[in-house]
Write a protein that binds this ligand. Structure first.
Ligand code: SOE
Length: 388
């Protein structure tokens, strides 16, 4: 076998070895993507080598179920193994920085779940490590999976083609209700030390990333507000304080001149997983709701007024992004497919030696906006300048 040119490159004669860290909700979604991607997309050969988790019994069971050859409990040993080339981090945010930096330094390509990290300092550290690794041909990407919803990828194409003209404003809302019940128990997602923030980091990160994905450019100023409606929740042994926000609001000014409003909540009774995006330009508008993810509403304001009105595009034709690989037209896809598309794009970037998007830099940009929203909310300030 020929020696690899750099530590992350597998010998030409063997497939890429993949390790995933975490097997809960996101670990399951990512595992499903690794398991299915090669059945639908033409991707470089890889093997699902090892799934890592803290509970030996539970991770062994998950590994067997999700198609991993083995399981392990010590991520440090796994990320330095010679047969591992790719590390997929699905562990909670407080673990991202340590694992990602160590994996990049070991020369492994890294995919990390959003948000990039729980703190700005950690996100900056990860981004610096990613830049250093990239110089050696090691790729890294953050998992904002909603970029891979075909309807949203189509929305971006239509905006870039000028079909909306000049975009004036965007409304991005992400509404869930899994915390609407005041008796819903404490989880790591409700503690600042493990989650960093609440709805802000968890789901406003997706909404802000969408604004940047669709419009491009940067966010220059924000005004933000955070609120915790249920301040105490039942813990395992006692009632505990909730130390993160239940909901967040922000307005964002973009370099293009557009303004975006962001509204997120995990206590929006009746809203299950509703990421709503509305984009308004001087020549047209777009509407999207994740609860109907195969549809995009489009109004073409260049048509005679009597013919206008939102029309529903069923984004399910082979001509639409990602869809030539799936089923015949009209045979719709679901939430889990976005993770498969994500793994496909990541693998192709590794093969081509190109920087996959969203990069850690793009993740850090979102993080700067989240930080400015927190600062604005804490200072009750109308406009806070976003650092870059
Ligand atoms: C929980 O609010 C959550 O699972 C997020 O963490 C995910 O990123 C989002 O896709 C769905 O909701």
């Amino acid at each position: 076998m020929t020696a690899p040119a750099h530590p992350s490159e597998p010998p030409a004669s063997r497939p890429l070895g993949v390790a995933a860290i975490g097997y809960a909700f996101m670990g399951k979604a990512h595992s499903n993507a690794w398991r299915n991607v090669a059945s639908f997309f033409d991707v470089p050969a890889f093997e699902q080598k090892v799934l890592v988790g803290r509970d030996a019994g539970a991770v062994a069971e998950a590994a067997a179920k999700y198609g991993w050859a083995e399981s392990a409990t010590d991520w440090r040993t796994v990320i330095t193994r010679d047969d591992i080339d790719v590390v997929d981090i699905c562990a909670p945010g407080w673990m991202h920085a340590e694992i990602a930096v160590a994996a990049l330094e070991a020369g492994k390509h890294v995919l990390v779940e959003k948000p990039l990290a729980n703190t700005l300092a950690e996100a900056e550290l990860m981004t610096a490590a990613a830049a250093k690794a990239r110089a050696k041909g090691v790729q890294s990407m953050i998992g904002f999976n909603y970029r891979r919803v075909p309807a949203l990828a189509l929305a971006r194409e239509l905006i870039a083609e000028g079909r909306l003209g000049t975009v004036r404003h965007v409304r991005a809302a992400y509404l869930q209700d899994w915390l609407a019940d005041a008796q819903a128990p404490m989880t790591w997602r409700l503690r600042k030390e493990t989650a960093g923030s609440g709805a802000l980091g968890d789901i406003a990160s997706h909404a802000i990333d969408q604004v940047l994905f669709l419009l491009g450019g940067q966010v220059t100023e924000v005004s933000g507000r955070l609120h915790t409606f249920v301040e105490r929740r039942p813990g395992q042994d006692s009632i505990e304080d909730v130390t993160v926000d239940d909901a967040a609001w922000a307005t964002l000014s973009l370099t293009s001149g557009a303004i975006a409003s962001v509204e997120v909540s995990r206590v929006a009774t009746g809203r299950k997983n509703s990421l709503q995006i509305e984009v308004y330009g001087d020549k047209g508008s777009l509407l999207f709701d994740l609860e109907n993810l195969n549809e995009l509403g489009f109004l073409d304001a260049t048509l005679p007024v009597r013919e206008q009105g939102f029309r529903r595009i069923l984004v399910n034709e082979p001509e639409h992004p990602y869809l030539d690989a799936w089923w015949p037209q009209g045979h719709i896809i679901g939430w889990e497919h976005t993770f498969t598309h994500q793994v496909r794009d990541f693998l192709l970037a590794i093969k081509d030696g190109t920087q996959p998007s969203p990069s850690f830099e793009e993740g850090l940009n979102v993080q700067y906006v989240l930080d400015a929203v927190e600062e604005s909310a804490a200072n009750k300030s109308t406009l806070t300048v976003v650092r870059h």
